[in-house]
Structures are given as structure tokens and as C-alpha cells.
Design a protein around this ligand. Structure first.
Ligand code: HEC
Ligand code: HEC
Length: 338
């Protein structure tokens, strides 16, 4: 009885406090829980995300951008990084599983994650096996079901092209190497950051997001979603068990991918632009974001949310939609958009 009464007291205090929370209190709560806005300026970006082993520069970024859209990176010159990571459409391909060289499907039925907002990722890929964007970029070029080219072949191809010869010399001060290709791509990807209404709210604009979205943000924090999905991108910083509660995924096990060490350990996905990156989960088996929120509540926080709560979290997740920040880097690029 005593326990019951005190828990009643605690939960009613909780409700009172929650109900009456001001925007600035909610903002502080978000910041205490390691939620952060996207940098607005290039100097802030560098301060937060530059890689000491691959310093960013305007020329390197422009070279990386050209390579990202370069079909020479694939064996039959038909596929670019942007084929599966459409920068203007959420940074992914909207397919359940990726389709690469000669229409080969990803053998584990893996879904293409977004490349947007990966600047701060501590781990990349669904099982978190790459630790930097530079390291990651080597994977798809070589995978026989993606671009299917060897590092040697790629270097030979690019070295025959006077524009690349010149650019690599300018940026890296030497002959073209596979390692420098990955560095240029990594430097470019670090600039693919988005800002939305959520950032405006975190940066001090009380009316940037709706009342419902604020309630959703509160639930996201209090129900513990934030324990895994945190940081500037709301994810990509840690590896966690999925499902944490329960035995199977809660969606079709197509591809039978079991994550890191086959232990159902998955890199926590980032949640920016989540409304644009359906279908969801490592094998792309769930189409509807509200279904995902329900599954997450059952399997990750073990506290099944009701429809009203799901709708509030959904309203919050929508505020994570953003536009690429213009860091003034478009310079001499032949791709003026991104
Ligand atoms: C055929 C489609 C396809 C192509 C082409 C492709 N990717 Fe991917 N990309 C994927 C898939 C699928 C994954 C997830 C694979 C995994 O986890 O094993 C992925 C993962 C990534 C990630 C990790 C994102 C994260 O949050 O973990 C980055 C970054 C990335 N790709 C960048 C690139 C770059 C750069 C290129 C070009 C050099 C490229 N991709 C070419 C399909 C593709
Ligand atoms: C214990 C860590 C953990 C917690 C807590 C957690 N998640 Fe996740 N979340 C994950 C992992 C890991 C995945 C990827 C699982 C997979 O694809 O197999 C994921 C996937 C997702 C996805 C799909 C992302 C995509 O691109 O496919 C969304 C959306 C999401 N979570 C939202 C939430 C919400 C909302 C909550 C709170 C109700 C929550 N998560 C709680 C770890 C967590």
C-alpha cells in the first residue's frame, strides 16, 4: 500500500510537472539528454565534425562531391553513390533493399540508410562495422552487388582523366590513391547536414514546433527513446541489441541478418529526415513510421505506447525533417545543387 501510494504520488507529480513544462524547460531537458542542433555555419561544422586525419577544405569537399556523383566508380559506369543515396530525397533510395551492379540485390536484404547527417556518426553500416566515413566509402565501390570495382582499377580509371589528375594533385599533393578517393568522399559527406524546425526550437524559437510535437519530444525523452537515439543526428552513436525485449524482430526476418557478431546488435539508426527514409529497419520490412514507433515501444523500451502517444511522437519525428544547410561551399562544383 505504501509503495502504491508513493508511486501514485510520484506519477502524479510527474504528470503535473510534465503538463506544466515551459518551452525553455523542455529545451533544457532535451539538452541535458544530449540532443543537439545542427551547426549553422561552416566554422561551427569544422569545430564539431572535422576529422583530424582528413582535414576538410573547400577543394577537397568539391572533389568529393564530384566523386559521389561519378559513374566511373562502378564497373559498368552505370551506378554512382547517389544512385542509392539520393541527396535531394532523404539521402536514400526508398527501396526495401538496395539494388546495385547488374540489378543485384543486397544479399542480406539490407536497406540503404541515409547519408545525410552522418557527419558525427561513431559507427556506420547496420552492424556498425565502419568507424568513419572514409573507411565506409571503400565498401560500396568494391562490393560485387554494388559498384564492383577494385581499388587498382578505380585508380587507373581516374588517373586517365586529366580533370581528376589535376584535382587530386591540388588537394592531396600527389598521384591518385584509393585512400585519397575515400578521404575526398568523406569530407564531402560531412557537409551533408540538415536543419529543420526541431533545430530552430532547440536554438531558442519557442513557436518553431507545435504543442503536440513538444509533447512528443517529452515522451521521446521520458519513455527512454533518447537513451539510444541521441546526439546531433539522434542516432549513429552507439550499438544496441534489437530486439532488446523479446526474441524476434517484430517484422519479417527477410535476409536473416543478425547484426554485429550475429548477436542481434545493430548500430542505432539516426532519425533525422525519418519521414523521408521509408521503408524502415535493416531489411526495409516496415513501411509505416507509426508502426515503427509501436514496434520500438514494444521491443526497445518495453512499454507499449497507446495511439495517442504514438501520434505525439510521430508529430515530434516530423520536426526532424530538414533542408541541407548552405555552408557556402558550392564553389566551383559542376553540381550546383548539393
Ligand atoms: C547499390 C546501392 C548502393 C550504392 C551504389 C552505394 N551505397 Fe551506400 N549503402 C547502401 C547500403 C545497402 C548500405 C548499408 C549496408 C550495410 O549496412 O552493410 C549503405 C551504407 C552507406 C553508408 C552508411 C550510413 C550509415 O548511417 O550507416 C554511407 C555513409 C554510404 N552508404 C555512402 C555511400 C557512398 C559514399 C557510396 C559510393 C562510393 C555508396 N554509399 C554507394 C547502398 C548503396
Ligand atoms: C535500446 C536502444 C533503443 C531504444 C530505447 C529505442 N530504439 Fe529505435 N532503434 C534502435 C535500433 C538498434 C534500431 C534498428 C533496428 C534494426 O533495424 O534492426 C532502431 C530503429 C528505429 C527506427 C527506424 C529507423 C530506420 O531508419 O529504419 C525508428 C524510427 C526508431 N528506432 C525510433 C525509436 C523511438 C520512437 C523509440 C522510443 C519509443 C526508440 N526508437 C527507442 C534502438 C533503440
Amino acid at each position: 500500500m505504501k509503495i502504491f501510494l508513493s508511486s501514485l504520488l510520484i506519477s502524479s507529480l510527474f504528470l503535473l510537472y510534465g503538463g506544466g513544462m515551459s518551452s525553455s524547460e523542455l529545451r533544457s531537458l532535451a539538452k541535458q539528454n544530449n540532443l543537439k542542433s545542427t551547426p549553422k555555419s561552416y566554422s561551427q561544422l569544422l569545430k564539431l565534425f572535422d576529422n583530424p586525419k582528413n582535414r576538410m577544405s573547400t577543394k577537397k569537399i568539391n572533389l568529393g562531391r564530384t566523386l559521389f556523383f561519378e559513374p566511373l566508380l562502378s564497373r559498368d559506369e552505370s551506378i554512382t553513390c547517389a544512385s542509392c543515396h539520393k541527396i535531394g530525397e532523404g539521402g536514400d533510395d526508398n527501396l526495401p533493399t538496395a539494388i546495385g551492379f547488374k540489378n543485384r540485390k543486397n544479399p542480406k536484404h539490407l536497406n540503404s540508410p541515409t547519408v545525410l547527417d552522418t557527419a558525427n556518426a561513431k559507427f556506420l553500416f547496420w552492424d556498425g562495422r565502419a568507424k568513419s566515413l572514409e573507411e565506409q566509402a571503400g565498401g560500396p565501390i568494391q562490393a560485387h552487388f554494388e559498384m564492383n570495382l577494385t581499388p587498382k582499377e578505380l585508380v587507373e580509371r581516374l588517373s586517365k582523366n586529366p580533370m581528376y589528375k589535376e584535382s587530386f594533385k591540388e588537394v592531396f599533393d600527389g598521384n591518385i590513391t584509393f585512400s585519397d578517393v575515400k578521404k575526398a568522399i568523406g569530407a564531402y559527406e560531412r557537409t551533408l547536414l540538415t536543419r529543420g524546425k526541431y533545430d530552430d526550437f532547440l536554438d531558442g524559437n519557442d513557436t518553431a514546433i507545435s504543442k503536440n510535437a513538444k509533447e512528443g519530444l517529452k515522451l521521446f525523452i521520458r519513455k527512454g527513446c533518447v537513451e539510444c537515439h541521441y546526439g546531433v543526428a539522434l542516432g549513429a552513436e552507439n550499438i544496441q541489441r534489437f530486439p532488446k525485449h523479446g526474441k524476434m524482430f517484430g517484422f519479417k526476418n527477410i535476409g536473416n541478418f543478425k547484426g554485429k557478431d550475429d548477436k542481434y546488435l545493430f548500430r542505432v539508426p539516426l532519425l533525422r529526415n525519418i519521414t523521408k527514409t521509408a521503408p524502415y529497419y535493416h531489411n526495409g520490412m516496415v513501411k509505416n513510421l507509426k508502426d515503427v514507433i509501436k514496434i520500438e515501444s514494444q521491443y526497445e523500451i518495453n512499454d507499449e505506447l497507446n495511439n495517442e502517444q504514438i501520434n505525439l511522437i510521430y508529430d515530434f519525428l516530423k520536426t526532424l525533417d530538414g533542408n541541407l544547410v548552405d555552408y557556402g561551399l558550392r564553389g566551383t562544383s559542376n553540381n550546383p545543387i548539393y
